[in-house]
Design a binder for this molecule. Sequence first.
Ligand code: ZN
Ligand code: ZN
Length: 208
Amino acid sequence: MKFTAPVFLVSRVLVDLHCHTRPLSQCSALSPLQAAELARARGLDAICLTEHDRWWDEAELAEISAQAHIPIFAAVELTTDLGHVLAFGLPRTAAPLATVEAAFAASEAAGGVLFLAHPARDGLLKVDHRTVEYFASVEALNGSDSRLQNIAAAGLAHGFRLPGIGGSDAHMPAEVGRAATRFASPIADTTALVAALKFGDYRAEYID
Ligand SMILES: [Zn+2]
Ligand SMILES: [Zn+2]
C-alpha cells in the first residue's frame, strides 16, 4: 500500500532509520548509548542503528536500549556495487553481500526489505534496470544530504511500490534525529519494524 494522504497519520511514531555508531562504524563519533539518548531527548520514539556492513548483537542493543529508555532497532547499511543499501530484517551472514544480487537473495530468504540509501548523493540518481527489481523503495530523506538531493530522492521514491524512508545518517551528536520516518502505528521491535516498512503506512520527515 502506498501512502498518499498525510491526514491519516494521526499517531506520532517517529523513528530515525539511519544512524552510525562506533566502534562498529569507525567513521562515527557517536556511541550507541549517546545516539539513543539524543534521539529520546529530541522527541523521537525509537532509533535504528545501521552500521556499515556490520551487525549488532541484539542482546547488547537491548541492554543499551534499557539504559537509554528508548527502543533501539538494528539494521545494516551494506556497501554494494549499486551504492549503499539499507537492509532491514537481514541477519548477519558469512556470505559476502557486495552485490545487490547477493544482498537481495539473502534479504528475500530472511523476509527482509531493501532500500537504496541516499540515491542522489553523488549528483546522479543511481538507477539502472536492477533498481526497481531489488529495492522496495529508496531513502527519500537523508539528513546528511542537501534539500535538493532529497527532493530528487523523494521524486525517485514515487516510482517504487513503497514510500521512501527517512533517517539522519548521523555520525555526530548534532546530527541525530534531524530526519526520520513517521509511522502510523507503534513499533515494538525490529521484527515489527520490518513488517511496518513492508506495509507502507509511513512517510519521511525532517525534524525541526
Ligand atoms: Zn551511506
Ligand atoms: Zn549511512
